[in-house]
Structure formats: structure tokens, C-alpha cells
Ligand binder design. Sequence first.
Ligand code: CLF
Ligand code: SF4
Length: 524
Amino acid sequence: MQSAAASYVSLDALKSNRNALAEPVEAPAHAGCGTSGGEGKASCGTSDGPDDMPADVWNKVKNHPCYSEEAHHHYARMHVAVAPACNIQCNYCNRKYDCSNESRPGVVSQKLTPEQAVKKVVAVASEIPQMTVLGIAGPGDSLASPKKTFETFRMLQEQAPDIKLCLSTNGLALPGLVDEICKYNIDHVTITINMVDPEVGAKIYPWIFWDHRRVTGVEAATILHQQQMLGLEMLTARGVLTKINSVLIPGINDEHLIEVNREVKKRGAFLHNIMPLISEAEHGTVFGLTGQRGPTAQELKAVQDACMGGANLMRHCRQCRADAVGLLGEDRSEEFTLDKIEEMEVVYDLDRRRSYQDRVEAERQAQHAAKVEALAATQDAGAADGIKVLVAVATTGGGRVNQHFGHADEFQIFEVSAGEALFVGHRRVDLFCQGGYGEDEKLPSIVTAINDCHAVLVSKIGACPRDELKTAGIEPVDNYVDEFIEKAALSWFADYTGRVARGETVHVARGDASIRQGAFTAAA
Ligand code: CLF
Ligand code: SF4
């Protein structure tokens, strides 16, 4: 496990780069909500609604769990692993595993034919009516196996026309396939762009396969870069929503990602998802074997914060696997293996799906309205004297503090200041409570994962973890049970700053936190 203290990213350097982003940048005509994101806007999802973007864009994002932070609490996606080949080599990838541009190394997906894939999607859609999006994200590159990828989309469109289509690619083959993408009404395309400078790219990509030959070094990175930029511009011109994934590799492209953010915004990217490098020697990747570490939680946040004001940021990515099924953050793929699907009675009932999704949407809007109302009463968070802190929250969904500390396998992280509680990410942790008993040896890793937080908001917590958290300087808070998260966070913050003002509590800065490096699997 890497040290959380060492930091390659200078916060001051990032801040000065952020100021550079404030210069006006010309946006193309079809730039989606990327053009409406103002300085300080954190992400496209949390509060964006039909009033924040054109109606056609809203229709595309409102029930896509990756393109809307709010939607990801209500709608599910699934991936089918139909694209095994790849046309480039990334230093963070081992072909034994899934494409780590869109998933974590360390998990291997069951590869499917297009026929098997469509059967699986229809089976999942009939069991999980809030599953609204099919993505193809590997296990190689979706556009390096274009026949399999587009055949899957073609067949699915005929059988389940209400499911949104989404794909993820490294971009090398993208410009030549934009017509196909539009032909099959694929409205959402993710391009992994880790650099806009081929000198940086040469440190990430040892080779690409191009024009029937292997190209290496800066020449390879130059071709990849040109194809990525061209592909992005072409998609923007055709009105396809694009998300850019960037893998943050400390010491290689950390500060450079600010430039990437600026360049992709210029070309109309809708969202920018900056993800941490997952790197372990056991993955057998070049970076894993050479000891290249991933970023700490604060390094990741520093780069994301420095990009605010540029392309809108996605901060709720779970780096899911190429055969993931379910809500982001959950993985139900084990319920839908090929042998289990064979035994299922599959009835694809479009009307039932629509009426279920109408109920989901009504519930989402009711939750949103209740949250807005609850927040209106909590805007005065007291005299905070510029204090800004992170809090971790245990939640099972619904936007409320409603989970036992011991049952949380991830915490949502909110940045709280006077009158504002902003979702800034999540941290995966080991479950503390297994089989009804707390496992004390899990506590140090949980504390490490939220070590930069001042408080953890939970519905309940046992005596032992409560003491351990207090010792680590993290305040366990269980008196906002079932309250909306933002309201609970602001109420706690008002109480906290009140105690600081009265001299009952000394406000001290927190340290850094570690991002869990293990693979995300259904059992994790
Ligand atoms: Fe899949 Fe990707 Fe489409 Fe989403 S995932 S192809 S855009 S439907 Fe989402 Fe998963 Fe993150 Fe990808 S959470 S890894 S961003
Ligand atoms: Fe691996 Fe994906 Fe990179 Fe291809 S694009 S080398 S599959 S991480």
C-alpha cells in the first residue's frame, strides 16, 4: 500500500493552472451542458435538471446513470463483454484482464457472442426494469472489434428499442466509425484521453497497431492523439454526447490533465471523468511491475478541483467491470451468467418497463423536491470563518443518511462549507460487519480511506468503531438518521463551527486518504 503522505501534485501549482482555465474558451455549437457549466460548478449531475440544458440533451442524460449523478441513484446500466481485441497497449493494462480504461484490472469478464449478449440484455431488462443503458466497454476496445460491437447494438435495437446505447473506446479507430455510431443511434460515447501531448503519451502507450503495423513511441502517441481529437470533434458535430475518461497517473499526467480538460471542453466534450490509476504488481502491468503508484484521494481531488470551470466533471464513476450489471456501485453480474439465463423465463414487456420507470422518475422528482425544501431551511450554516471540511456519509440510497457504519462498503464524500454541501466522490472500503459481527482488523483500512474527513454520518455505529474513529480525529455522527444528506451535513457543520467559535473544539486540518487499490468485484 502506498504512503498517503507523499504527494506529486502541488496544490498551489494546480490552483494557478485553474486560474488559467478562467480564460474564455470558444465552445462548439453542440457542446451540450459543457457550455453552461460555470466557474465553480462541480459536476453535471447533482442538481442539473431540464432547465439547465436543451430538452434533447436532457432526454439523453436524465436516466443515464453515468451522465447524471442524480440518475445513478435510480437507474442501472449493464455491460456486455463482446469486444475482446485491442489495437493499442496501455502501460496500466494486462490483457488477461478487462480494459482498464473503463474498468479495474484484476477482474475478468465472461466473453460473449453478440447473440449471447443480446439474450443477456433482454433477460436483465426483464428482471431489472430500471436498467436503461447498455454499454460496451471491453474487455478490449469496443471499436477494435467493430463487427461484434455493432452487431450487438443492431440486434438489441430491434428487440429492446427503449434501451440507450453507450460505448467506450480508446479512440484510435473512432473517426472511421462515427457513421456507424450514428447509424445505430448510439447517443453516448466515452473516449479515454490521458494526454494531449504525445511526449506525455509516449510514457503511457508503448505501441499502437496502425495501418497494418506496430508503431511505437512519440509517433504512436501522436497518431492516437490526432485520432482522439478528430473523433471527438466529429461526434460533437453529429450531436453525440461524449464523456472523456482520463486515468490520473501521478508524476506522468497529473497536472497535464488540466490541459486535457481544456482541450476536450473546446471540442465539445459533455463530461470529464478523472479516474485514479489502479496499479498493483500482482496485475502484471508495466506500471504495476515498475512500482508506478496511483494517486491518493487528495491528489485526485486536487486535480478534479483544478479542472472546475472547464468541462463538467463526473465524480461518481465506480470503474466498473466489462460485464457489470446493476446500479453503479453494485454488481449483479453473478445473477446473470449464461447458464442462469438459460433457466430464466424471459418476458420483455415494454409497457411494464415504461410504467416502472415512470414510478422511478416520480419518486426521483419527489425526492429532489423534498431535498430542495429541506435544504432551503438549512442555508444559514453559521459563522464558518472560511472553514471547509469533508464528511463521509453512509447511505443505501434515496439521498439520505440511512446506513449502519458496519454495513457500508463505500462512503459518499461531501465537501461542506457555509451554506454548501457538495458531492465530491466516494471511497470504497472493506465491510466492517460480516455475519453480524464487527471485524476490528478492518477498521484501520476504513479509517485510512476516510482519513481526510472531519466526520462520518451514519444511521448507527457500534462502540468499538466509534472509539477508533474518535481516536483518529474523525467524529462519528448518528443523530441525523434518515435525513437528506446535504441537510444533515449542513446541520452538523453549523453545530461544528458553533463549537469551534465557542472554543469547545479546535479546528485542525485533516491529512490525506488512500484510494483502495483492490479490484471491484461483486463480492467486494
Ligand atoms: Fe458503461 Fe461507461 Fe457507458 Fe457508463 S460505465 S460504457 S458510460 S454505461 Fe460509468 Fe462505469 Fe465509470 Fe464507465 S461508472 S466505469 S463511467
Ligand atoms: Fe488495455 Fe483498454 Fe488500453 Fe486496450 S485500450 S490496452 S484493452 S486498457
